[in-house]
Design a protein around this ligand. Structure first.
Ligand code: C2E
Ligand code: MG
Ligand code: MG
Ligand code: MG
Length: 282
């Protein structure tokens, strides 16, 4: 009886695996042509400074504008792009596009805005990230101090030695380096002082339950204090309520991102948003 049930379960699992494998193969085929078909696009989420009480920049977030499937979110194709190595080409497109946008905002009179760009572990380990960056900065005329790379803990930890040397080369160009989703990866803190970081981004997992869960409050205030003692800028992501914003301000967090400020939007909408003075509730 149990054995039969077990086999049955396995058959269902096996069938859905075939299905998943097929879907992956289809997507991988389509993904191979996204750059040349111009199907990638970036949306931009404003980043708000609690000290300056104004928007100080934006994070570029990738979308695949598929003719049939519509806007495909990054979680559904970035892992595949990483497995197939396509992330190197896609990642370079993202850097170039984000810098082009930043340059466009500057030409429109928005000076001093900063742009954050997510970078995958593969770009860090296999690509020639620093020289790619140097070339793109030169081509677009963006000041390096206005660009920041975001890397997850697991991307950095995949090879700490290699990460450290690549990130030092990026820092030497003047580009900022943020740890994204901080607190969700490896708990070793020893690497924090070995890496040339400028920013910590507290994961939304902790931010979402601020004012409801004392453990998340303790973790968040501790991360803010630790970040500051290491001279890092601390950013909270996924801020959705006035209560969360108040907690973060009261505990000295430097910057916030989240739907309470604004969701990600296209380049022109974000430029309009950045142009409006202090429209965010204090
Ligand atoms: P992330 O870098 O941690 O980005 C934050 C994610 O949270 C974004 O999802 C954003 O749209 C979402 N978000 C922002 N504010 C809120 C909020 O208030 N509430 C909630 N519930 N969510 C919020 P998105 O755009 O789907 O991106 C998911 C992840 O995909 C990113 O996480 C990043 O790790 C990755 N990603 C995005 N763009 C790129 C890229 O160009 N290259 C690489 N390698 N990864 C990227
Ligand atoms: Mg990010
Ligand atoms: Mg994050
Ligand atoms: Mg995340």
């Amino acid at each position: 009886q149990a054995k039969a049930a077990g086999r049955r379960t396995w058959q269902v699992y096996s069938a859905s695996m075939d299905e998943a494998t097929r879907r992956r193969a289809t997507l991988a085929g389509l993904l191979r042509r996204v750059v040349e078909r111009d199907e990638l696009t970036l949306v931009y989420q404003p980043r708000y400074s609690l000290h300056e009480q104004r928007v100080v920049g934006a994070e570029a977030l990738l979308r695949w504008r598929h003719p049939e499937f519509g806007l495909v979110p990054p979680d559904q194709f970035i892992p595949l792009a990483e497995d197939t190595g396509l992330i190197l080409e896609i990642g370079e497109w993202v850097l170039k596009e984000a810098c082009t946008t930043l340059r466009q905002w500057q030409s429109a009179g928005l000076d001093g805005m900063r742009m954050s760009v997510n970078v995958s572990a593969i770009q860090l380990l296999r690509g020639d990230l620093a020289s790619t960056l140097a070339r793109i900065l030169a081509e677009t005329g963006v000041a390096s101090g206005q660009l920041e790379l975001e890397l997850t803990e697991s991307a950095i930890m995949a090879n700490v030695g290699r990460s450290a040397s690549v990130l030092h080369a990026c820092r030497a160009l003047g580009v900022g380096v943020a740890v994204d989703d901080f607190g969700t990866g490896y708990s070793s803190l020893a690497y924090l002082k070995r890496l040339p970081l400028t920013t910590l981004k507290i994961d939304q997992e902790f931010v979402g339950d601020l004012t409801r869960d004392p453990d998340d409050e303790a973790i968040t205030s501790t991360v803010i204090a630790m970040g500051h003692s290491l001279s890092l800028t601390v950013v909270a992501e996924g801020v959705e309520t006035a209560g969360q914003l108040k907690f973060l301000r009261d505990h000295g967090c430097d910057e916030v991102q989240g739907h309470y400020i604004a969701a990600a939007m296209d380049r022109d909408a974000c430029m309009a948003f950045l142009s409006r003075p202090a429209m965010v509730p204090a």
